[in-house]
Design a protein around this ligand. Structure first.
Ligand code: GLU
Length: 476
């Protein structure tokens, strides 16, 4: 049997982080077994489905480094097939027309409310002859579900889950306007797409019971099911925006690398011993449904940041610069004044400075920010800490520019010797000169090694920046 999984998002919003994880699990399971992962866009809710959401979902999947087999299936386009299957159930006597009016349903709901139980359709048209149908009422088609016994889902994650059939009512398959319900469409599509494994969030677990009844009525084999616990926030509450319930593209804009997010997501609810770092191949080789936990995974931003830092430090410097460039159009405002592409000279400087820069940054956005000194326009904007370092130490820099200017060979070593000598000459500690000097050259209180910064900036730019900050200062 070839494994066929599918990812079946409803395009009513972006690809959120939970959806990204579901897609990843489906993809990994398919790859692990040499199978296929299909993509189905569940766009039957015409009011809420949008093209923008479809585009965002496809983009999100691709950015995560996942792909799908065959053409994307659009559920809405299959409406005629869904209707045909509903009618075939009618013909087999496994479904029936129901003419209950809105008012009757409302009364049933009211009774259920009074008795403190969920609405159950009472089956009043189950055995009635359609010749009794009221004039001018368009019927829905309902499944003639079993009233006794049990419906069982042998779930790969949740184990054996049992429902009493008396608690499950006759669900609607086809609405009175001829459109299929979600419950019918999913079953027909999964069957027609030869899906062997349904891996999705456990908010669909009850649907699994109802879908099982539809499969059984049709005489079709039920695919294997794996319902994964949802993602919760670090405090155990349902994941909210504050916790990170954002679209995958928001993570891209925050400066996470797709390989880091992928690695983070695979560990969210699934484990393989205590291994935390997985290459894509390692994930594929190790992934299984049995090691998915049964309790909700907790989203942890700090862990994601650490993983991202790890992948950035490992990344090739040129590729990292490319990732920075790709991020530029995503940044909210062009506060760095970089535009959308990197000028060749800046690209070179970034590549040269990358070994120092990537050691500290946790995200690409931080990386770009820490590279500020490379692309800053004079006179530099000083952040608060840098301004206070200079307020305190500006006078200790007077005279350094002249000494540096005299250097014929400009390198990290030669500038370091000059700065040390200057500190000694004015009776200051190295840090008392280096800190305000760093502030003057980078606009920040922290940066990669100061002498490396000076080497990358070059003599001219270093002197211009230094003079911008010291021109009117009295000597120490
Ligand atoms: N379209 C459903 C959703 O986005 C998923 C249906 C399924 O996986 O069966 O929640």
């Amino acid at each position: 049997m070839t494994v066929v999984t599918r990812f079946a998002p409803s395009p009513t919003g972006f690809l959120h982080i939970g959806g990204g994880r579901t897609a990843l699990f489906n993809w990994l399971y398919a790859k692990r077994h040499g199978g296929k992962m299909l993509l189905r866009i569940e766009d039957t809710d015409r009011e809420r489905s949008t093209d923008a959401a479809i585009a965002a979902i496809l983009d999100g999947i691709k950015w995560l480094g996942l792909d799908w087999d065959r053409d994307v299936v659009y559920q809405f386009s299959r409406a005629a097939r869904h209707r045909e299957v509903a009618e075939s159930l009618l013909a087999k006597g496994r479904a029936y027309y129901c003419y209950a009016s809105q008012q009757e349903l409302e009364e049933m709901r009211e009774t259920a409310r009074k008795e403190g139980r969920p609405l159950r359709y009472d089956g009043r048209w189950r055995d009635r002859d359609p010749s009794e149908a009221p004039e001018g009422v368009k019927p829905v088609i309902r499944l003639k579900a079993p009233t006794e016994g049990e419906t069982v889902v042998e779930d790969e994650v949740q184990g054996r889950v049992v429902w009493q059939n008396k608690d499950l009512d006759d669900l609607v398959l086809l609405r009175s306007d001829g459109t299929p319900t979600y419950m019918l469409a999913v079953v027909v599509d999964d069957h027609d797409m030869d899906v062997t494994h349904v891996i999705r969030g456990d908010d669909h677990l009850t649907n699994a019971a109802r879908q099982t009844q539809i499969y059984q009525a049709l005489g079709w084999g039920v695919p294997k099911m794996a319902h994964i616990p949802l993602i919760h926030g670090p405090d155990g509450a349902k994941l909210s925006k504050r916790h990170g319930a954002l679209g995958v593209e928001a993570y891209r804009s925050m400066g996470y690398l797709p390989e880091a997010l992928r690695n983070y997501l695979v560990r969210l609810g699934w484990s393989h011993g205590d291994q935390e770092i997985f290459s894509t191949q390692e994930m594929i080789d190790a992934f299984d449904l049995g090691s998915i936990g049964r309790s909700p995974a907790r989203f942890d931003f700090a862990k994601l940041e650490n993983l991202n830092g790890h992948y950035m430090r490992q990344a090739d410097d040129e590729q990292l610069v490319q990732a920075l460039e790709d991020l530029l159009p995503e940044l909210d405002k062009d506060e760095h004044h970089l535009g959308r592409t990197l000028k060749p000279a800046l690209r070179q400087k970034l590549i040269a400075a990358m070994p120092g820069l990537k050691e500290r940054a946790k995200t690409l956005v931080e990386l770009l920010d820490s590279a500020y000194y490379l692309y800053a326009q004079r006179p530099l904007h000083l952040d608060e800490k840098a301004a206070s370092l200079l307020a305190d130490g500006r006078s200790r820099l007077v005279g350094v520019a002249e000494k540096l200017e005299a250097l014929s060979d400009w390198s990290a070593q030669s500038v370091e010797a000059v700065v040390r000598e200057h500190a000694e000459a004015i009776g200051a500690k190295l840090g008392q000169v280096a800190q305000p000097l760093r502030a003057a050259l980078t606009g920040r209180a922290t940066s990669p090694g100061l002498f490396d910064v000076m080497a990358v900036l070059g003599k001219d730019e270093t002197l211009l920046r230094l003079r911008d900050q010291t021109k009117d200062a009295p000597a120490a």
